[in-house]
Design a protein around this ligand. Structure first.
Ligand code: DP6
Length: 353
């Protein structure tokens, strides 16, 4: 099948495409934001109100197979071998179909090698893998920037998972959303970092990020302050990464995390994602620093705690967090690669249904 670069090649008809195999499998890695995204500029195009900066995580990945199939009457979506509502998946497939001039429905199978929807950014890796697999299956070969714009339509954080290492998402200002994309700031190999993930609760979170952030924007009195301070946070984090300044990176990541959770706590109804294990793990990370083991925490819209540290300290930090009451599982991740095509899917996380 011919690949269409940067959009639809109008000389390619649907009949041409049907003769291709219409299937692609992609792998994308989750990411954790160091400067957080919380709030939308345009909910319809899913553009963020502010930029954000993240690191891509090698240990947490989603594999997704997309097959456009003339025999299907509707899109089908399976996550970890279980049928799921296809509406968010279909919305992204609609964008791909309109870019590729395709009307076929698709069968989508995804597996996560980590607990789904528990604050480990499964929507980031999931929509990045879906964007790459669906666009390739439909015969499109998008540039990384175009892929990031497409992945953003599924989930804001997914725009960042298109890239590996240290990544910045630009909020953009265009009504089209086309300048709202991520790009790599630094390859992970240029400044290795470890992320120790302490899982305190593997069950799905009660309020999705999408619903939560819409609520914060309309009800938290802190939202204007969140918007006002974003550029300063981004500048400081960008500089910390350029200068390989781990202490500033860590302090700013903790500040952005705590500012995000202040926003969540002051949303009506309140978004309280933490549990006792979350709190205990945060205090343990602070104490580790006092004891001379440099680590900093960050937490997304869920109860898991991620500790940032140097690779040589990762096993000590993991052992300490593993001993915290309420921490059920600990994983160590290096920085991960960009989303890429793979030959076949890896098996799902054994604990996933
Ligand atoms: C707390 O990207 O999941 O993880 O765009 O509505 O799908 P939608 O939201 P999503 O939100 C992520 C929020 C966060 C912070 C971050 O990753 O920047």
């Amino acid at each position: 099948m011919r690949l269409k670069y940067g959009g639809r090649d109008r000389s390619t008809t649907v009949a041409d495409t049907i003769r291709g195999d219409l299937t692609a499998v992609a792998r994308a890695h989750s990411n954790i934001a160091l400067v957080k995204y919380w709030g939308k500029r345009d909910p319809a195009l899913n553009t963020p109100a502010t930029g954000s900066i993240s690191v891509t995580l090698d240990a947490l990945a989603t594999d997704t197979r997309v097959s456009f199939d003339p025999s299907l009457a509707a899109d089908q979506f399976h996550l970890d071998d279980r049928p799921e509502p296809a509406s968010r998946v279909s919305a992204l497939l609609d964008v791909v179909r309109s870019q590729a001039g395709l009307t076929l429905h698709a069968r989508v199978n995804s597996t996560n090698n980590f607990p789904s929807s528990a604050g480990l950014a499964s929507s980031a890796s999931g929509f990045a893998a879906l964007a790459l697999a669906a666009s390739r299956a439909a015969g499109l070969a998008l540039t990384p920037r175009e892929l990031s714009v497409l992945a953003r339509r599924g989930s804001g954080s997914a725009a960042r998972s298109v890239f590996g290492g240290y990544v910045e998402m630009h909020a953009g200002t265009a009504a089209s959303g086309l300048d709202s994309f991520a790009e790599q700031l630094l390859p992970g190999a240029d400044w290795p970092l470890s992320v120790v993930v302490a899982i305190t609760e593997p069950q799905p979170k009660p309020v999705s990020s999408t619903a939560g952030m819409l609520g914060s924007a309309t009800t938290s009195p802190f939202y204007p302050g969140w918007l006002e301070t974003a550029d300063r946070d981004l500048d400081t984090m960008r500089r910390a990464i350029t200068e390989r300044d781990f202490r500033t990176l860590g302090e700013e990541a903790e500040h952005s995390c705590l500012k995000l959770h202040s926003l969540m706590l002051t949303t009506r109804p309140a978004l309280i994602y933490w549990n006792a294990g979350t709190m205990a793990a945060m205090h343990r990370v602070i104490r580790l620093r006092e004891e001379g083991l440099p680590a900093y925490f960050t937490i997304d819209a869920g109860p898991q705690v991620k500790a940032l540290c140097a690779p040589e300290d990762a096993s000590a930090v993991a052992a300490e967090l593993g001993a915290v009451p309420g921490v059920r599982q600990v994983r160590i991740s290096a920085l991960g690669p960009a989303a890429h095509l793979v030959d076949d899917m890896a098996p799902a996380e054994p604990g996933n249904p």
